[in-house]
Ligand binder design. Structure first.
Ligand code: ARG
Length: 266
């Protein structure tokens, strides 16, 4: 009997504790949730290969990601009401990450190409670019794309520069790097004869004090950069395009462009 009584008491005590916690605990929790719910913005997870100055790179002073694309996608996210989640990843993994829906968008100085447009959707173009050949400053025999046959070329994997190198020389003469910086350093070190890369990026590299490298020949093939989204994500794409249009109209795009390129948008 004593045992039974004790058990009854224990059950009652437990019930009291549970109900007390239940009431007291849930009240403030509910209140705390309310405001968060109203100003929570949908997240936009954006992938980028952050080794491509001045489009996306790490600020050596603060360790933060900076660049034209970084400012532009932040402005787009603000305009479209997204909370930006910017993630750094290898360039040649971006398309797969989009296809697997691991990211909502990619901004990475990515050229809009027909091959890519088969597997991802692109925003309206946001930057006009093109490829250029870089060689050592002391090199006098390579004067442009037509002199690259049989030459050793370094490129970044998965880029339009890599595709162009495959047309310009033999496949076994091409060295593929994960980062563009690595390809340009290989050129500086004399490991290759040339680098094929986006003009503004190779030009920026030289400007940063790499005077032992020079650009030769014409800028090849007009390219345009676009923001990529997974195929069929029309709502995201429409929001991005609407925001981009707005930023072009209200001067914000021009402001970001001038900040990074020192001139008015072309
Ligand atoms: N525009 C070139 C392409 O689309 C190179 C882009 C490389 N971008 C980067 N962030 N590494 O292939």
């Amino acid at each position: 009997r004593k045992v039974f009584k004790f058990a009854m008491l224990a059950v009652m005590a437990l019930a009291l504790v549970v109900s007390a916690v239940g009431c007291g605990g849930s009240q403030p929790k509910e209140q705390a949730k309310e405001p968060a719910k109203t100003d929570a913005k949908p997240k936009l997870v954006v992938g980028s290969d952050t080794t491509f100055a001045p489009f996306e790179f790490t600020d050596p002073k603060t360790g933060k990601y900076i660049g034209f694309d970084v400012d532009l996608i932040q402005a787009i996210a603000d305009e479209a009401g997204y909370e930006l989640d910017f993630q750094s990843m290898a360039f040649d993994g971006l398309i797969a990450a989009l296809q697997a829906n691991q990211i909502d968008a990619a901004i990475s100085a990515m050229t809009i190409t027909p091959e890519r447009a088969k597997v991802v959707d692109f925003s309206e173009p946001y930057y006009k670019s093109g490829l250029i050949v870089a060689v050592q400053a002391k090199n006098n025999d390579i004067k442009g794309f037509n002199d690259l046959k049989g030459k050793k070329i370094a490129v970044q994997s998965g880029t339009t520069g890599a595709m162009q190198a495959e047309k310009a020389t033999d496949k076994d003469k091409i060295t593929y790097f994960t980062n563009t910086d690595q390809a340009l350093l290989e050129l500086k070190n004399g490991g290759v004869d040339a680098v094929i890369n986006d003009y503004p990026v190779s030009a920026y590299f030289i400007q940063q004090g790499n005077n032992d490298v020079k650009l030769v020949g014409e800028i090849l093939s007009a390219e345009e950069y676009g923001i990529a989204v997974p195929k069929g994500k029309t709502e995201t794409l429409e929001k991005i395009n609407a925001a981009l249009k707005k930023l072009k109209e209200n001067g914000k795009y021009a402001e970001i462009y001038k900040k990074w390129f020192g001139e008015e948008p072309k």
